[in-house]
Design a protein around this ligand. Structure first.
Ligand SMILES: [Mn+2]
Length: 314
C-alpha cells in the first residue's frame, strides 16, 4: 500500500482507460452520490467506466442520474470485464466492498475520508479532515477543472450533506460548506435533496413510535441508547438512518448509541458523540470510524451488548 498525492491520483486516472468504481456494502448517501458523480466525471474525461456494488441500492437514491448504471456482483460474474483500475470510494476496509474485491485483479485505488482506514488499497488517497467522500470528489473536480454538471452537483451535494447531518455535525468545516456551495452554484437544489432524502412513510413513522419506547438514559443523562430489535430490523432492513439522531439531539447527551439486533446473538452498534472519542470505543470492540461517529458489531444480544458498552464508556 502507498498513500498517493492528488497529482499521483490525477496521473493514474489519466493513464487508466477503463475504471471499475465501487463503494461499501450498505451504501449510504455519500457512497452512492460520490460514485455516480465520479462516474459522470470520468465518462466526460473519455474513460470507459463501470459501477458495481455488492448490495441493494436503496430506493430513495433513484432520483440520481446514472443510478441505473450500477450493477450487482452477479452481473459482472456473468459479464466479465477487465479494467485498468478498481477505484474504491468511501470504504475504509477491504471487507467493506464485499465480494467485489475477489472479482477484479486490477490495482486497487481508494479515495476515502475515514480516519480508521485500514490502508488496504494499493494506492490510497485519504483525506480524514474532509466530512465526506463527496467533498473530496468535488474538490478534485475543482482542482482539475473538471466541469461539475447539474446532475453531478445534485449527487455531490447529497453525498456531502448526508455525511455531515445537513451541515450540523462537527465534521462540517469551511471547506465542506465551500464544496457544497460549488455544488449549489452548479445547480444542486438543497430543498429538493433534503425533501427527497428525509421523506418518511406513515408506516415508518408508526414504527418510529414503537422504537422510541426503547430509549433509555445513563450516566447522568450523558449517554442515551435506542434499540432496534431483530423483529424491527426485519421490517426496516438497512433503512435505519435517523434513529440515532433522536437521542443525539437531547441537550445533555454526549454519547448516543443505536443498538441494532441483527439476530438474537449479534448486535450492530452505531455510536455518535458531541465530544467523546467514539472511534476509540468502537476500536475496543473491533470496529471503527470517526472520532464522533463510529460503529462496531458485538456478538451478543442487545441487552448484553449495551451493558458491555456502558462499562467501557466513562
Ligand atoms: Mn462517507
Amino acid at each position: 500500500m502507498s498513500k498517493i498525492t492528488i497529482n499521483q491520483l490525477h496521473m493514474a486516472l489519466y493513464e487508466a482507460n477503463s475504471i471499475m468504481l465501487t463503494v461499501h456494502v450498505r451504501p449510504d448517501g455519500d457512497a452512492i452520490g460520490s460514485m455516480v458523480a465520479f462516474y459522470e466525471a470520468l465518462i466526460a474525461q473519455g474513460k470507459t467506466v463501470h459501477m458495481v456494488v455488492d448490495d441493494i441500492i436503496p430506493e430513495r437514491y433513484s432520483f440520481l442520474s446514472y443510478i441505473d448504471q450500477i450493477k450487482d456482483v452477479a452481473y459482472y460474474e456473468a459479464n466479465h470485464v477487465s479494467v485498468d483500475m478498481l477505484m474504491v470510494l468511501d470504504a475504509s476496509t477491504y471487507e467493506r466492498i464485499g465480494r467485489v474485491g475477489a472479482l477484479f485483479s486490477a490495482p486497487i485505488f481508494n479515495i476515502d475520508h475515514h480516519i480508521s482506514n485500514s490502508e488496504f488499497a494499493d494506492h490510497l488517497y485519504l483525506k480524514p479532515e474532509f466530512a465526506a467522500t463527496g467533498e473530496i470528489i468535488t474538490d478534485l473536480c475543482e482542482q482539475w477543472n473538471w466541469p461539475i454538471t447539474e446532475s453531478m452537483a445534485n449527487a455531490l451535494y447529497m453525498a456531502i450533506a448526508t455525511d455531515c447531518g445537513f451541515f450540523k455535525f462537527s465534521n462540517t468545516t469551511a471547506n465542506t460548506l465551500k464544496m457544497a456551495s460549488l455544488c449549489v452554484a452548479a445547480g444542486a437544489r438543497p430543498n429538493v435533496i433534503s425533501e427527497t432524502i428525509e421523506a418518511v412513510s406513515a408506516a415508518r413513522l408508526e414504527l418510529t413510535k414503537q422504537v422510541m419506547q426503547t430509549i433509555a438514559f445513563y450516566k447522568d443523562n450523558r449517554v442515551a441508547t435506542i434499540e432496534l430489535s431483530p423483529e424491527v430490523m426485519a421490517i426496516l432492513g438497512d433503512d435505519t438512518d435517523g434513529f440515532v439522531d433522536i437521542i443525539r439531539n437531547v441537550d445533555t447527551v454526549d454519547v448516543a448509541i443505536l443498538l441494532k439486533g441483527e439476530s438474537p446473538n449479534r448486535t450492530r452498534i452505531s455510536l455518535r458523540s458531541k465530544g467523546t472519542d467514539v472511534n476509540a470505543i468502537a476500536n475496543h470492540f473491533g470496529g471503527g470510524g470517526h472520532i464522533r461517529a463510529a460503529g462496531c458489531t458485538i456478538e451478543t444480544s442487545i441487552d448484553e451488548a449495551k451493558s458491555r458498552l456502558l462499562e467501557v464508556i466513562k
